[in-house]
Design a protein around this ligand. Structure first.
Ligand code: PHB
Length: 396
């Protein structure tokens, strides 16, 4: 057990003012209790996913603030790294938190490619990690591990149900378009799987490199292919640009546009009317009309003067999950086994609705069908109840 950065036991006691003559020395446990829990936030704070990183951070800190700024009586210290959604920098950035800052818990990230680097290091170091967004299927699939948890979704998860929604409407031929990296590939694969299984006929995939937003040539191609529908994966700033370009190209009325809900979450203020009527599937939405969600939304708006979105909820739930673990260990976060056992059994009372952990540590959750009405992603139904990711390749 450590005594904080670069302090031995004696120095720590001196700093804490506890080394006075005749004072009873606290036990190691009491000492550990006085130290702050070190939380490493590795998220994008610049680039196309910047606003996602901010919303996750806000949500996480709101849940901690609601617990008086403490978990199981222990104060929290945050260490923050901007990962820039840059996979090449992932090992170095993760090690800043794991080795330099010696965090107790890693919370991150948004981008699946960066997540891959984080997962490898967390697995090796054994650091507890909570993923508050990135859908990288392998994180709770082939690379699943006891110390890796996710409070968001797998890339497969919110896209798969849209396949059946469209097939049931008689849609036969779809063009998918996505950023060419893990999340885009896995999201469109999930959609295609659901679509073909439910009777869809063909899916043709078009790609754009991440984080490019030059969509013109692809929109021209879509117009000439004339599919029954288009399904896309974009998020953040790139999603806002795509929605505007799709409308400006005159495609909105010709070919209906669908996506996983990242397309329209957190971007509606930026696109004016261009998103009206777009339907998406996601594990959160506006107008759930539960007390839990109303309370969360009013607390979030009060704290941050903006409305929460799915990313804020995922960050909030990451802190709820950590609280379950820390409480079970009565604040002694060296008791990793106890923490993990409690987190595996957690029933998270989330603004999105109550969810539980799958065996592979990914939420089992309802996937909502939503429609953009005004400035809301209005929930209009449940596309798939209590959906669990198939966790392909997970041996745990
Ligand atoms: C991902 O890279 O896994 C990712 C990024 C942004 C989203 C969803 C998934 O909104």
């Amino acid at each position: 057990m450590g005594f904080g950065p670069n302090l031995n036991r004696r120095q720590f006691l001196a700093q804490a003012g506890l080394l006075t003559a005749g004072a009873l020395l606290p036990t190691r446990f009491a000492l550990a209790q006085m130290q702050k829990i070190r939380i490493g936030l590795m998220l994008p704070y610049t680039g196309t996913y910047a606003q996602l990183g901010v919303a996750i951070t806000n949500g996480f800190k709101l849940a901690v603030a609601e617990r008086g700024g403490k978990l199981a009586g222990r104060e929290i210290e945050y260490f923050t790294v901007d990962d820039e959604s840059e996979p090449a920098k992932a090992p170095e950035n993760t090690n800043k938190l794991v080795q330099r800052d010696r965090v107790d818990v890693l919370v991150g990230t948004v981008h699946s490619g960066v997540q891959m680097g984080m997962v490898k290091i967390a697995k090796e170091a054994g650091t507890l990690m909570i993923i508050p967004n990135a859908g990288l299927d392998a994180a709770t699939g082939a690379l699943c591990a006891p110390n890796i948890f996710r409070t968001s979704f797998s890339n497969w998860q919110p896209s798969y149900p849209m396949g059946k929604v469209l097939a049931d409407r008689g849609v036969k031929n779809v063009v998918t378009l996505a950023w060419k990296y893990g999340a885009g590939e896995e999201a469109t694969a999930g959609f295609s799987e659901g679509f073909i299984k439910a009777g869809g006929k063909s899916v043709r995939g078009l790609w754009v490199p991440f984080p490019n937003v030059e969509f013109q040539a692809l929109l021209t191609e879509i117009a000439s292919i004339k599919p029954d529908a288009v399904f896309v994966f974009f998020a953040g700033g790139g999603a806002a640009k795509f929605i505007k370009d799709y409308a400006a190209a005159g495609l909105r009325k010709q070919i209906p546009l669908f996506g996983s809900g990242f397309l329209t979450d957190g971007v509606l203020d930026a696109v004016d009317d261009a998103a009206q009527g777009i339907e998406t599937t996601l594990h959160y939405g506006d107008g759930l009309d539960t007390k839990r969600d109303r309370d969360f939304r009013s607390a979030y708006s009060k704290a941050y003067k903006s409305d929460p979105d799915v990313y804020a909820v995922q960050g909030y739930d990451a802190a709820l999950l950590l609280a379950v673990g820390v409480n079970a260990a009565k604040g002694d976060i060296t008791k990793k086994k106890e923490m993990i056992a409690a987190m595996e059994k957690a029933k998270i009372d989330s603004p999105r609705g109550t969810w539980t952990m799958s065996k592979a540590h990914n939420p089992i959750q309802d996937i909502y069908l939503r429609k953009v009405v005004g400035r809301e992603n209005k929930v209009i139904g449940v596309a798939h109840k209590a959906l669990a990711d198939p966790a392909r390749g997970c041996k745990m």
